[in-house]
Ligand binder design. Structure first.
Ligand code: PLP
Length: 387
């Protein structure tokens, strides 16, 4: 095969590869506990499923407008206006199959070859992959454990150059569970305004918070026109397989991101979109219950990991991941993650799956039952204590 040169720059999301490896081991008869994948283990709430079934019967089985069904964009605009305390109109909303395309489309629309994008590291691997794939220069900002995995705003100021065009932030964060404070966000907003930068704020975990309330960078004066909000239903409503996400941005940008939808997907599945209306405007007890459950699991996993000599783990403030420090094992992250899967039968990710500053850590998802988490912890403990 003679591939296009650009393909060598495309990265990946290791969680899917580890999942495949774990499934292959299971097929050979090995018992594996899955703590690798970032999706709620709950079923989608019944009322949302009923809404999609009804939509199918009503004939929402055809193409729709590329930017999303008008009534769905309207509901999202109202929801985002309310939760972020800003005024959003439906023409600022682009509905996408999952929230991931918003990362791709935003970088595609804004970044010329050589433009610099500052992004969190460790961070969601797709940011770095897409920046590099599209010819941008990926400039990592290190998230440090001693700073509760929040980015250091003084460091951010130093990383900005004449070539910087976009800053990507993610709070609550994957993989660390860290949260940016209101002061952090204000300081980042000041940098963005003074240097005339755009900000892509990945808020996919905004409802999965255990302490304090959600804060967004878009709330600060002068930010709305330069901010792209990424959000969606995958995590909040346990709807990862439905592929429902959206971006909220200024109208000019929305026009181009919708055009990218026309060129790539045509539109997000119509009956799937109709379920957004029920998810957002219907009862919210189920997502609240999920967060309560995650909170209990968080306690179990953080305590269990801290009980293992050679491992220490901060209490994450949001999302459903822990990012324990494994440096005292003397092993590097990838080797430890590999052996925990093949020898101990627990699928976890190396911190380096989230960038080079993830060395010294594992990422463990606690979107699994307390019973499985405890079993997984026992196996990890038995393995690590033997090292
Ligand atoms: C930080 C972050 N952003 C975006 C996404 C993508 O979400 P979706 O499944 O809606 O495409 C994920 C999913 O793992 C994520 O962790």
């Amino acid at each position: 095969m003679r591939f296009a040169d650009r393909m060598k720059n495309l990265g990946t999301e290791t969680a899917f590869e580890v999942l495949a490896k774990a499934k292959a081991l299971e097929a050979k008869g090995k018992d594996v506990i899955h703590l690798e994948i970032g999706e709620p283990d709950f079923d989608t709430p019944k009322n949302i499923k009923e809404a999609a079934k009804k939509a199918l019967d009503q004939g929402y089985t055809h193409y729709g407008p590329s930017a999303g069904l008008p009534e769905v964009r309207e509901v999202i605009a109202q929801e985002v206006s309310k939760t972020r305390n800003i005024q959003v109109t439906p023409d600022q909303v682009v509905v996408t199959p999952g929230a991931k395309p918003i990362i791709f489309f935003t970088i595609f629309t804004l970044i010329n070859p050589g433009d610099e994008v500052i992004y969190p590291n460790p961070g969601f691997p797709i940011y770095e992959s897409v920046i590099q794939f599209l010819g941008g220069k990926a400039v990592p900002i290190k998230l440090r454990e001693e700073n509760d995995f929040r980015l250091d705003t003084d460091e951010l100021k130093k990383l900005v150059t004449d070539k910087t065009k976009l800053i990507i932030i993610n709070s609550p964060q994957n993989p660390t569970g860290g949260i940016l404070t209101r002061d952090d966000l204000k300081a980042i907003a000041d940098v963005a305004i003074s240097k005339d930068l755009y900000v892509l704020t990945d808020e996919i975990y905004n409802r999965i918070i255990y302490e304090g309330k959600f804060e967004t960078i878009v709330q600060f004066p002068g930010m709305q026109e330069r901010t792209i909000i990424l959000d969606g239903l995958s995590k909040t409503y346990a709807m990862t397989g439905w592929r429902l996400g959206y971006g909220v941005m200024n109208k000019e940008l929305a026009y181009y991101e919708a055009r990218l939808m026309t060129n790539s997907n045509s539109c997000t599945a119509s009956f799937s979109q109709r379920a957004v209306i029920e998810a957002i405007t219907g009862p919210q007890d189920e997502p609240k219950k999920m967060v309560e459950e995650f909170k209990k699991r968080r306690e179990v996993i953080v305590k269990g990991l801290n009980d293992i000599t050679k491992i220490s783990c901060k209490n994450p403030k949001g999302a459903f991941y822990v990012f324990p420090n494994i440096t005292k094992t003397g092993w590097n992250s990838q080797k430890l993650a590999d052996h925990i899967l093949t020898d101990a039968g627990v699928a976890v990710l190396s911190g380096t799956s989230f960038g080079r500053f993830g060395e010294g850590y594992l990422r463990i998802s606690y979107a699994n039952s307390v019973e499985n988490i405890k079993k997984g912890l026992d196996r990890i403990r038995a393995f690590v204590e033997e090292l």
